[in-house]
Design a protein around this ligand. Structure first.
Ligand code: TYD
Ligand code: MG
Length: 452
């Protein structure tokens, strides 16, 4: 190391810089995340461009809907907002082993089937391993190219003039720039690589997919800053012990966010699940206390899910509260409301809650279903099998309005449900749905009277 090279320390969580090593990052407060980094003066300095872009009138720019490339994987296209936009930079995040590589290989294979020239760059697997996986997935295509490479410069040179229509980098954490001193996967490397791929995408119009691993806490490992740079952030999530995988758009410059695509992982790779409600309800047992169905919105799509509650006597001083797939605090709030407004004595009991199929729900619209599942288990009385519940619960035990009630009810009717409890303030906006009896509810207490 030369004397004039400065030593700095960079946080691997937020990207903040400090001149000294510290146990805790002063910017984000994370412990033990600072790593040494050598700053070589001038090495990453960009040449000043002599080219000045000409501002144009917004109305004079011609935009065609055909500028989106359909991949042919409908669930994937939906999440992107109807297909891939030319020159977009898309980040696919997810836990290791969730199926990101599988998904991207299948998407590229499908894309190359329609005559697009695609390149899959893997920094994790050799060409033989990729094609072995490809054979298993029945992924091939006359114009799908694969390469194993981690050097950023080589990849950029490779893509430069070869006329590819789509590029996948698997994964961004393995890519390194030889002139950047820090190790692959560090904040500086990832940022530099993401920057270069952004330039590539914007200047050539090639859509670039970056695969990124996600850390335990749910952030894309490395800099948060990458999420700001890319056009679209997709998370591929799911419970590894379940076969379902959900692709979720959390940021999208070219389409709606919170749109999801549902996939199923089996021995031949991922297959699409066009009707998730049917799948999530398929294992529902005949009629049992503690099981309730509700309709939650995932983007623009209503999905029916089964919520299960179990209330049992506790052997512990502090009773257990185990909640999977729902917000812990919401469940605690609902339990408190049930105690106070319904007089159900739940405080000394163990409470377990689960959403079947490994789905995660954050919407308050499922409150009423949570309360019903708990009450059903507490009273040991089942809820009618053909009834669904929609509504948010307020602290005084009132049932509050939620959005998209009409489409939620339509989905339920499609799945053969016959009765629906909805907040009374939404009833005026609803039109009739064939085969569905709609009952309006204003208080939790009246909902319980209707159900049990
Ligand atoms: P992979 O795409 O390698 O995950 P990631 O790139 O996100 O790390 O997927 C690996 C998992 O997927 C592995 O646990 C096995 C499973 N899998 C199947 O069940 N069926 C298949 O056909 C394939 C290719 C993978
Ligand atoms: Mg992988």
């Amino acid at each position: 190391m030369k004397k004039k090279d400065k030593l700095t320390f960079r946080c691997q969580s937020c990207g903040g810089l400090t001149p000294k090593w510290m146990g805790r990052c002063p910017d984000c407060g994370a412990w033990d995340t600072l790593t040494e980094e050598r700053v070589v003066p001038g090495i990453l300095k960009k040449k000043k461009s002599s080219f000045l872009p000409e501002p144009v009138l917004i109305d004079s720019v011609a935009v065609k809907e055909t500028d989106r490339i359909k991949t042919g994987v409908a669930e994937f296209d939906r999440v992107l907002g109807g297909g891939i936009v030319d020159g977009s930079l898309i980040l696919i995040g997810g836990d290791p082993g969730i199926g990101k590589s599988t998904l991207m290989l299948q998407v590229l294979s499908k894309l190359s089937g329609s005559g697009k020239k695609c390149l899959y760059v893997s920094g994790e697997e050799s060409v033989r391993q990729i094609s072995m996986r490809g054979k298993r997935l029945d992924s091939h295509g006359a114009s799908l190219f694969v390469v194993s490479e981690t050097d950023l410069d080589s990849i950029l040179a490779m893509v430069g003039q070869s006329g590819y229509d789509a590029l996948v980098i698997d994964s961004i954490q393995t890519i390194f720039h030889p002139d950047v001193s820090s190790t692959p996967g560090s904040v500086t490397q990832i940022r530099e690589a993401a920057m270069q791929f952004m330039k590539l995408a914007k200047s050539t119009g090639i859509p670039v997919f970056l695969v990124g691993h996600v850390t335990k806490i749910g952030a894309i490992a490395g800099p948060r800053i990458m999420e700001h740079m890319v056009d679209t952030v997709l998370y591929f999530e799911g419970d590894k012990t379940h076969v379902f995988r959900i692709l979720r758009a959390v940021k999208n410059r070219f389409g709606p966010t919170n749109e999801i695509g549902v996939f199923e992982m089996n021995e031949n790779g991922l297959s699409q699940v066009p009707n998730p409600s049917a799948v999530f309800l398929s294992e529902r047992s005949a009629i049992a206390p503690g099981s309730v169905v509700t309709s939650c919105m995932e983007g623009t799509r209503p999905i029916l899910v089964e919520i299960q509650g179990l209330v049992s006597s506790s052997g512990l001083g502090t009773p257990r509260r185990t909640v999977l797939g729902l917000d812990n605090n919401r469940v605690a709030l609902i339990v408190a409301v049930m105690e106070k407004r319904l007089g159900m004595n739940l405080s000394g009991l163990d409470i377990f809650m689960n959403v079947t199929g490994g789905v995660k729900i954050v919407e308050p619209a499922v409150d009423l279903a949570i309360a019903a599942a708990l009450a059903s288990s507490f009273l040991d009385k089942p809820v009618d099998k053909k009834t669904i519940l929609i509504g948010e619960i307020g602290l005084t035990g009132e049932i509050r309005a939620v959005g998209h009630v009409q489409s939620r009810i339509k989905e339920a009717a499609k799945m053969g449900f016959a009765k629906c409890l909805v907040p009374c303030s939404t009833i005026k906006q609803l039109s009739r749905v064939k085969g569905m009896a709609i009952e309006s509810i204003s208080f939790l207490k009246s909902a319980m009277e209707v159900l049990f």
